[in-house]
Design a protein around this ligand. Structure first.
Ligand SMILES: *Cc1c(COP(=O)(O)O)cnc(C)c1O
Length: 224
């Protein structure tokens, strides 16, 4: 099989698993969006996925996303790009310029930088607040206990278009407690988007209420 055929087959299998997990959770068909994480894979891999009907992509580095995605937009106007990785404040403006969603708002300084960038660019990609649900020192994200106050700051001080919450739970242990916490917290704030679940745990995330799952290796293969 060619790499493009591999990607199309992987996507078909994944859509089936997402549909099954959605049905098992008694949730409406189509209520979970697949964000195809194409980081480290070339633009050709993205084109193969686009050809197989995928439209929403995730990249964790703004620089890499900027080399791959703007050139694809003329041919695929309904393409959507999510920035999902740690974002330096000096990359906020470029992120606002190229992204449709920024999932990794994880600190007050970045909230201010994004607000300023949105004013300058006259462009308002939706924003998700990343929560460090496992309170892991090495991981980015707002501590769970500070989430409510940080959301208020984003909305009331910065006027950011916050649409939801995102998390990456600890690699070890059962993630469902964290997934459930995130979904409940988003609901409490009336936020419609809950981004959680990756190649290894997206079915559990869907059972707990994920609206967006971010899957890379199960589509594009392992990263070199
Ligand atoms: C890489 C990445 C993913 C996808 O991980 P896979 O295990 O390859 O599915 C999801 N979310 C974030 C934030 C990532 O950096």
């Amino acid at each position: 099989m060619t790499p493009a055929e591999d990607i199309a087959l992987n996507l078909a299998r994944l859509r089936e698993r997402i549909a099954e997990a959605t049905a098992r959770a008694n949730r409406p068909a189509g209520s979970v969006t697949l964000v195809a994480v194409s980081k480290t894979h070339p633009a050709e891999a993205v084109v193969a996925a686009l050809g197989a009907g995928q439209r929403v992509f995730g990249e964790n580095r703004v620089q890499e996303a900027a080399t791959k995605f703007p050139g694809l937009r003329p041919d695929w106007p309904d393409l959507r790009l999510h920035v999902i990785g740690a974002l330096q404040t000096n990359k906020a403006r470029e992120a606002v310029r190229i992204a449709d969603a920024i999932e990794s708002l994880d600190r007050p300084k970045l909230a201010a930088a994004l607000a300023e960038a949105m004013a300058k660019e006259a462009r308002r990609p939706e924003v998700l607040v990343q929560v460090n649900v496992g309170e892991e020192p090495q991981k980015a994200g707002i501590p769970p206990a500070e989430t409510d106050a940080f959301l208020r700051e984003c909305l009331e001080v910065h006027g950011l278009p916050v649409s939801g919450l995102m998390c990456i739970p600890p690699a070890e242990g059962d993630p469902r407690r964290h997934f459930t916490w995130l979904a409940e917290r988003a609901a409490r704030h009336g936020l419609p988007v809950v981004s959680m679940g990756m190649s290894g745990d997206f079915e559990a995330a869907i059972a707990c209420g994920a609206t967006h799952v971010r899957v890379g290796s199960a589509i594009f293969g392992t990263r070199g």
